[in-house]
Design a protein around this ligand. Structure first.
Ligand code: HEC
Length: 123
C-alpha cells in the first residue's frame, strides 16, 4: 500500500518534469535550425552593408536619399527602376547603363545584392 503510492507519486513527478523539458529542447533545436537556414541563405542580403557601398560609390550620381543628382538618373526614392527583380538590377549595375559606369569585377554578387537591398529601403 505504502510502496504503491510512493511509486505512483514518483512516476507522476517524473513525467511532469520530463515533458516540458523535452518540449523546450525541441523548440531550441528547431530555433537553431531555423537560424542556421536563415543565416546560411544566399538571399539574406544586408542593406546596412549595401548602404556603405552606396554612399561611397553611388550617391554622387544617385543622391543620398536616392533622388537622382542629374537628369536621366532614376529616382529610387520614388521607386523608379526598382520594380525589376534583384538579380536583374545586379546584372545592370555590373554591365553599366548609359552614363553609369560598369561595376563588373569591382563588387561580388553578394555586395551588389546588399546594395540592391539598400536601394529598396530608399522608397
Ligand atoms: C556616374 C554616375 C553614376 C554612378 C556613379 C552610378 N550610377 Fe547608377 N545610374 C546612373 C544613370 C545615369 C542611370 C540611368 C541609366 C539609363 O537608364 O540609361 C543609372 C541607373 C541605375 C540603375 C537602374 C538600372 C536600370 O536599368 O533600371 C540602378 C539599379 C543603378 N543605377 C544603381 C547604381 C549603383 C548601385 C551604383 C553604385 C555601385 C551606381 N548606380 C552608380 C548613373 C550613375
Amino acid at each position: 500500500m505504502m510502496e504503491q503510492s510512493t511509486a505512483g507519486r514518483s512516476r507522476a513527478t517524473g513525467a511532469g518534469r520530463r515533458s516540458p523539458r523535452g518540449k523546450t529542447r525541441l523548440f531550441v533545436a528547431m530555433l537553431g535550425l531555423a537560424l542556421l537556414c536563415w543565416g546560411g541563405s544566399a538571399i539574406a542580403a544586408d542593406p546596412s552593408k549595401g548602404r556603405q557601398i552606396y554612399m561611397k560609390h553611388c550617391q554622387n550620381c544617385h543622391g543620398i536619399n536616392g533622388a537622382g543628382q542629374m537628369p536621366g538618373v532614376p529616382d529610387f526614392s520614388r521607386g523608379e527602376a526598382l520594380f525589376k527583380p534583384d538579380i536583374e538590377l545586379v546584372r545592370r549595375i555590373r554591365s553599366g547603363q548609359g552614363m553609369m559606369p560598369a561595376y563588373e569585377g569591382m563588387f561580388t554578387e553578394e555586395d551588389l545584392l546588399d546594395v540592391v537591398a539598400f536601394l529598396r529601403t530608399l522608397r
